[in-house]
Design a binder for this molecule. Sequence first.
Ligand code: PLP
Length: 411
Amino acid sequence: MSADMIDIKAVRSDFPALNQKVYGKDLIYLDNAATTHKPLSVMDRLVDFYSTINSNVHRGSHYLSTEASIAYEGARESVRKFINAARPDEIIFTGGTTESINLAASSFGRAFVKEGDRILTTLMEHHSNIVPWQRLCGEKGAELKVIPIDDGGNLKIDEFKELITKKTKLVAFTYVSSVLGTVNPVREISRIAHENDIPVLVDGAQAPQHLPVDVRNLDCDFFAFSGHKVYAGTGIGVLYGKKRWLDAMEPYQSGGGMITSVSFESTSYEETPLKFEAGTGNIAGALGLESAIEYLNKIGIEKIAAYEKSLTEYALKKLQEVEGIRIYGSSKERCGVISFNLKGVHHHDLGTVLDKLGIAVRTGKLCAEPLMEYYGISGTVRVSFALYNTKKEVDTLIEGIEKARHVLQAG
Ligand code: PLP
């Protein structure tokens, strides 16, 4: 697939936030792993919802509520197709990846994890895919074990196999590392886990904006992602779960919208997905997510993947030429993200100099403290790409880094 097939000029004109100056400089936004900017169609969808069918869903019998409920379920169906789930009731709307993983840890944990059991995660996880499992293990008297990585930032699959015991209840791991850019072999990990009757949860926060996701092909049992990282708004996300697991799990939160009957003696619950969607959700956000998916589909996720691959390769090549740079992670399968440090320069200082040049990057521990500890560093600079970034922006980034290097290394 040719990477030139995206009309970048047209794409960039869809994102008003890209077209602004900061400190008098053209904004170069390279913090897309934290959150992406939004196309007009997503923003228009929110305005349209609040201007017309704004209403609660699955509650009222009036016109607006019926229309809002139809639209909301339509958005669920669009998410189903986007990740190729088998059924719409396998799609739970949440507030984002963090809430999705907390839901899974709480409800799966309550149903299936007991004292002496084991949960596996990996060294390259975001805190969102560590802390909920750590808390669950603490509450249950279970143990959290960590799959190690090699220096290139690849999971050690042989050591993963050795960590599996009869008491292992779940493997929770990221699809794409938000620090190293490593794309993990989800199918292989799922296969190994399933051979041992262990389900897998995939933290997909950094995946569907960069590569096609097919949960049936990956054969994962759970898949979590955030709307705001796939060009939709904040406060909306998804937990996909295979129906047989969701049916066997207890609700996460409880209240309105998730019950069939309540008395002071007992309560019966809706079927999935409503059983996991207590209270009023982010209805407009779900519609915005649908519009973001439509936007991605219009361009084509394969084309986006090819475009971003060539951009990332270009950036890697240019960065490697910078004197004194150390790039973390060298996996062959990577996308979207490059983290690095400059010899003798604090990551925060470099980030500050770049910021003043209008270049937005992320600095610090990147919500991955155990990984920072592994590399023996207090943090990194991270650049992360979206479909609207360009090679010209990479060139300006490199110029900025060179400027910063001269100023900061001299000082
Ligand atoms: N997992 C990964 C790999 C991430 O990169 C992030 C956010 O950066 C999260 C989880 C948490 O996502 P959110 O803050 O949208 O819940």
